[in-house]
Design a protein around this ligand. Structure first.
Ligand SMILES: Cc1cc2nc3c(=O)[nH]c(=O)nc-3n(C[C@H](O)[C@H](O)[C@H](O)COP(=O)(O)O)c2cc1C
Length: 200
């Protein structure tokens, strides 16, 4: 059983990292982690509209997006801070990189069939919506953007595997035992699942 974590925060020991610690220490399976900000890896850059995906299958950019579409994991966990009521910029890069699916299909008549998997969503916000830009919404864009990533990779996110916590300014994750317990529960319930790797 393998979990691929997308860590959407540039901060070591920040709220996202601490929430992920609770998952890392309680999940029994293998974990691979990517960070689109290029923390400990190549990162994930934006689609360059280079047209490579009209000539060959997949995306020609050589970065950590390839680990996402390798599809060798059973669980996809997105943990990210909310920035200006959206996912941070490098997380949005993931959204626009799915452009390759459109071009592969329409020009090359080739489709990507990602295997069905479980999704886990953990979004963290400090508590102040970016009202001038977004109106009152503090979460809905970030949720929609995350759900788009899950849907493209065929990951199903159950309600009990979703945490949207937007009070980290007043109550940081460190010492927030209720929140950390919730994350631990998610990891423990995933440990009880039986996953069968589908052959592609
Ligand atoms: C550029 C920027 C924009 C932010 N915008 C929002 C926001 O719109 N809504 C919100 O609730 N928190 C916002 N925050 C606060 C972060 O989401 C919050 O502090 C989060 O816990 C940071 O997680 P981290 O420590 O893992 O990086 C913003 C923070 C930054 C740096």
């Amino acid at each position: 059983m393998k979990c691929l974590i997308i860590n959407g925060s540039p901060k070591k020991n920040g709220n996202t990292d601490r929430v992920l610690d609770a998952f890392r220490t309680n999940f029994d399976g293998d974990i691979e982690e990517i960070n689109p900000f290029s923390i400990n890896g190549k990162g994930i850059q934006s689609c360059l509209d280079c047209g490579g995906c009209t000539r060959q299958k997949g995306c020609v950019i050589n970065d950590d997006f390839n680990k996402l579409i390798k599809d060798d994991y059973d669980i996809l966990l997105i943990a990210s801070p909310i920035y200006m009521s959206n996912l941070p910029g490098p997380m949005i890069n993931i959204v626009n990189r799915f452009n390759f699916i459109f071009n592969n299909k329409n020009v090359l008549h080739s489709s990507f069939d990602f295997k069905h998997k479980k999704g886990v969503l953990i979004l963290l916000g400090g508590g102040s919506a970016c009202k001038k830009l977004m109106g009152d919404s503090n979460q809905s864009n970030a949720i929609k953007q995350s759900m788009y990533i899950f849907s493209k990779l065929n990951a199903e996110v159950a309600k009990e595997n979703t945490i949207v916590y937007v009070e980290t300014d007043a109550h940081p994750v460190e010492n927030n035992y209720l929140l950390l317990e919730q994350v631990k529960d998610i990891a423990c319930s995933l440990n009880k699942e039986n996953f069968f790797i589908e052959e592609r």
